[in-house]
Ligand binder design. Structure first.
Ligand code: ATP
Ligand code: MG
Length: 490
């Protein structure tokens, strides 16, 4: 074979290898190219499984598929097995004269009238043999087997290089995947403040803020309307902090009258932990001065004593009051405000995160069903509509109370609209829903019961009618009246 042809062949093969990330496909291309350019009759690439020490044919050219799947060599067995074991190439001028030749694939059976030369070279990854490349070539006195062997060795090196590249790519992919998994689980733990429910983007921001601030000692000011979960967030900050094992002491500042010194004694109780000053907007100016001093000096006067003691306490405060306005009005000290407002967390009202309503409703449904040993699974569609349309002035607390009440009233597996409090029924609170007439209310209830019965019986009108204790005729008539088609429930 001429030099220039060799170079062209090698160029072709490097192209074949790099065309795919799929090793098998690349190797098939390589064998195709070999068969065309070097008059190869058969070619195989075998790979060693390092765990079982078994050698299997990875790809082959000129050998039946069943033979490819069937043939296995042991290390050291036959020519291929020996090449892989020793790492040295073997060249056989005439296979008819070679006793070690196994002819496992039986490809050469009955064709021995044509004399065949065989070249087998190891595929090496560094000093480690990972497989072999072998070709059958028609015996030809003028063909230099030594040159053929050299050429195949170069190709085997290229294949090995390609295998290494693929392994690196796989490894990088695996590392990326691993990194991905790690980040995701980190996110999950970040966002899983198990008892704070919410998936709205507004709540995600809150979760992120909690995770950002909890590990520090920063003073946190939690703002938000009544019932939005301020106390829940305060405890979450504490229990996700490095102080989690130390005390979390709650002080309700609205009741911060009279025995001020006793209340301040709570700072001592909270030593090394967190003190939560709830409703900070309710404290009078006299207490504000004392709080300011404690916050500045981190020390206070002990009850009954005269000496001052140092405390190591993290301060979290909460309020639903507009502190800025209180400063303008002169009822809240600006200097205290700046001490407290180091890291503000704002909890949005429930009506501004409607996507959380159902999530919370289901969470409370499960909680109170369990508490009351009832098996209530879901809300009826009209009930869901009512929950979604209400503006929840009392926020999550109101929703929680509403669901608890519904669970107590409910004696079936479903919460219906009539289990919900009247404020939601009529919308009088919001003014968004017109007060219903008796006829409308009855129609709504009938409609709901019909739909529910159909859902429960998968659209079987006879069973559905039985379920609501009426006749099929009346049931069908009412359904038609309300535009309900039983076929939609099958
Ligand atoms: N995101 C939430 N997930 C689960 N439960 C919540 C959530 N937000 C609030 N709650 C529940 O709602 C009730 C009210 O929450 P919390 O006491 O924390 O509100 P608050 O903002 O402190 O209200 P207030 O200003 O009236 O004191 C509690 O029972 C709390 O467990
Ligand atoms: Mg509170």
């Amino acid at each position: 074979m001429k030099r220039i042809e060799d170079v062209t062949l090698l160029y072709e093969i490097s192209k074949n290898l790099n065309e795919h990330l799929d090793l098998k496909k690349s190797l098939y291309k390589v064998l195709d190219t070999l068969s065309i350019s070097i008059n190869m009759i058969r070619g195989t690439v075998t790979l060693l499984n390092p765990l079982t020490n078994e050698i299997t044919i990875e790809v082959a050219h000129g050998i039946s598929r069943t033979a490819v799947e069937r043939v296995k060599y042991k290390l050291g067995e036959g020519i291929t097995g020996r090449v892989i074991q020793t790492g040295h190439a073997v060249t056989i001028s005439k296979i008819s004269e070679e006793p070690h030749f196994l002819n496992r694939t039986e490809a050469r059976r009955g064709k021995l009238d044509q004399e065949i030369s065989f070249i087998c070279v190891p595929i090496k990854k560094g000093s480690q043999v990972i497989g072999a490349l072998s070709v059958d070539h028609p015996y030809d006195e003028s063909y230099s087997l030594k040159n053929g062997e050299k050429l195949l060795s170069v190709i085997a090196t290229m294949i090995a290089r390609h295998v290494i590249n693929l392994e690196i790519i796989h490894l990088e992919k695996e590392q990326l995947r691993e990194e991905n998994r790690r980040l995701r689980s980190e996110l999950e733990t970040k966002y899983s403040f198990t008892n704070i429910i919410g998936s709205s983007s507004r709540m995600r921001e809150v979760f992120q803020m909690i995770s950002q601030v909890s590990k520090s000692n920063a003073t946190v000011l939690i703002r938000g309307e009544s019932g939005t979960g301020k106390e829940l967030v305060a405890s979450s900050v504490h229990y996700n902090s490095l102080r989690a094992k130390s005390p979390f002491v709650k002080v309700n500042c609205a009741a911060f009258t009279g025995a001020i010194k006793q209340k301040l004694g709570k700072f001592e109780m909270a030593n090394k932990g967190t003190i939560f000053l709830d409703e900070i907007g309710a404290v009078g100016l006299d207490v504000q001065v004392r709080l300011l001093r404690i916050l500045q000096e981190r020390e206070f006067e002990r009850v009954g004593g005269h000496q001052t003691i140092k405390v190591d306490v993290r301060v979290i405060t909460a309020t639903n009051k507009n502190l800025e306005m209180a400063i303008d009005e002169g009822t809240f000290r600006g200097d205290l405000y700046y001490r407290l407002n180091v890291f503000p967390i704002y909890l949005p009202p429930l009506r501004e995160r409607k996507t959380d309503i159902l999530l919370l409703a289901n969470y409370f449904l499960e909680k109170y069903s369990k508490e009351n040993a009832k098996d209530i699974r879901r809300f009826s569609t009209p009930a869901i509509d009512m929950l979604m349309n209400y503006h929840w002035p009392g926020n999550v607390r109101e929703l929680e109370n509403c669901i608890e009440r519904a669970v107590l009233l409910c004696d079936a597996g479903v919460i219906h609209s009539y289990h919900l409090p009247p404020t939601l029924q009529t919308g009088t609170e919001t003014g968004t829903l017109p007060a219903m007439s008796l006829e409308e209310a009855v129609a709504n209830l009938e409609k709901e019961m019909i739909i529910d019965a159909l859902k429960n019986t998968r659209g079987n009108v006879t069973l559905a009618a039985q379920l609501v204790k009426t006749t099929v005729r009346k049931f069908a008539y009412k359904s038609q009246q309300y535009g309900i088609d039983y076929r939609n429930y099958r």
